[in-house]
Design a protein around this ligand. Structure first.
Ligand code: HEM
Ligand SMILES: *[C@@H]1O[C@H](CO)[C@@H](O)[C@H](O)[C@H]1NC(C)=O
Length: 320
């Protein structure tokens, strides 16, 4: 009798387990995995790393540009390659005329396809790996990149308009936009440390250097020299004067010195609730690099398409 009860229990348990598994292994719950292409494209990591290194050796800034593409991809309906499509999300205000690196990602994807004898790796995965490799190449901490994301056929321009932060957003809006994606203020500040590398155009920081009051006057004067009031919209300045090509915590020291280039950067250190986080990171490179890495892993998990959702795009800039 006792034995019978136990076996009834285990049968029931098994039945529940099976219902649970069939319910929750639907694509929305499917897990990404580092070995996803283990049999179909075993050299994907090596190929992306080599190609990313080459692109960065050719132009250091490309590492920053690829990292930004990944951020803009993941923040709009998840990491689904939507940012890469011509005529879609990348035409939203946050990306148009500023997002770059599309041809480089296309080129890396072609190399992966050649190495693996067909189009089996998604553009979303290529971008996720290349962003990680860019961070490492520029001096950041490495992390593992689980794979299995599929590419969207339906880019979401409206979401790109509403969900991506603007350089003119005040702190409460920045906090809100990141919290909608599951990031707290500390993670947001850590992620913003990406602005240690890369550059911005005059049109992104003109208002700040002519109108903001929370800016070091000498710094503003220096930046005005190459960003006139009415012309030179695309003139470049480093997001961080000390960093630019090396991934470190310089950006936070820059903010403490009121040398933030974007109004949204300085908003993180402007007498508000995030000041203490900025100060902590400005004094502790290791804390920043670790928190940044962990937040990047989290970003890479934002609602991917999996299973048979979406597609594996052949050319990253258009649907199949
Ligand atoms: C906190 C809100 C953020 C705002 C408002 C913002 C805004 C901007 C703007 C306006 C630019 C310059 C674009 C241009 O003028 O060409 C830029 C560049 C950049 N952003 Fe952000 N960003 C934010 C967060 C992030 C995050 C979370 C990442 C990555 C984790 C990131 C990575 C980058 C990189 C690497 C660049 C330089 C790109 C290049 O040189 O091509 N940003 N960002
Ligand atoms: C400074 O602010 C004023 C008032 O908002 C605005 O009209 C002007 O265009 C701004 N100047 C720059 C250079 O952005």
């Amino acid at each position: 009798m006792a034995i019978r009860t136990t076996s009834t229990h285990s049968t029931l348990l098994l039945a529940f387990l099976m219902i649970f598994l069939t319910t929750f292994s639907s694509p929305a719950f499917a897990q990404l995995s580092v070995s996803y292409y283990g049999s179909t494209c075993p050299s994907v990591f090596d190929t992306v790393r080599a190609a990313t290194r080459l692109a960065i050796n050719r132009e250091t800034r490309m590492g920053a540009s690829i990292l930004r593409l990944f951020f803009h991809d993941c923040f709009v309906d998840g990491c689904n390659g939507g940012i890469l499509l011509a005529g879609g999300e990348r035409d939203a205000p946050a990306s148009i005329n500023t997002a770059r690196g599309f041809d480089v990602i296309d080129n890396i994807k072609r190399q992966v396809d050649t190495a693996c004898g067909g189009s089996v790796v998604s553009c979303a995965d290529v971008l996720a790996i290349s962003a990680r490799d860019s961070i490492v190449e520029l001096g950041g901490k490495s992390y593992s990149v689980p794979l299995g994301r599929r590419d969207t056929r339906t880019p979401n321009l409206d979401a790109a308009r509403s969900d991506l932060p603007s350089p003119f957003d005040p702190l409460n809006v920045l906090i809100d936009k990141f919290s909608r994606k599951g990031f707290n203020a500390k993670e947001m500040v850590a992620l913003s440390g990406a602005h240690t590398v890369g550059q911005a155009q005059c049109s992104s920081f003109r208002n700040r250097i002519y109108n903001d009051t929370n800016i070091d006057p000498d710094f503003a004067a220096t930046r005005r020299a190459n960003c006139p009031r009415t012309v030179g919209d695309s003139n470049l300045a480093p997001l961080d004067p000390q960093g630019q090509a090396r991934f470190c915590n310089n950006h936070f020291q820059t903010l403490v010195n009121r040398n933030g280039l974007l109004s949204s950067d300085q908003a993180l250190f402007n007498g508000g609730s995030t000041d203490s986080i900025v100060r902590t990171y400005s004094n502790d490179a290791n804390a920043f690099l670790t928190d940044f890495k962990n937040a990047m892993v989290k970003m890479g998990n934002l609602s991917p398409l999996t299973g048979n959702q979406g597609e594996i795009r052949t050319s990253c800039q258009r649907v199949n």
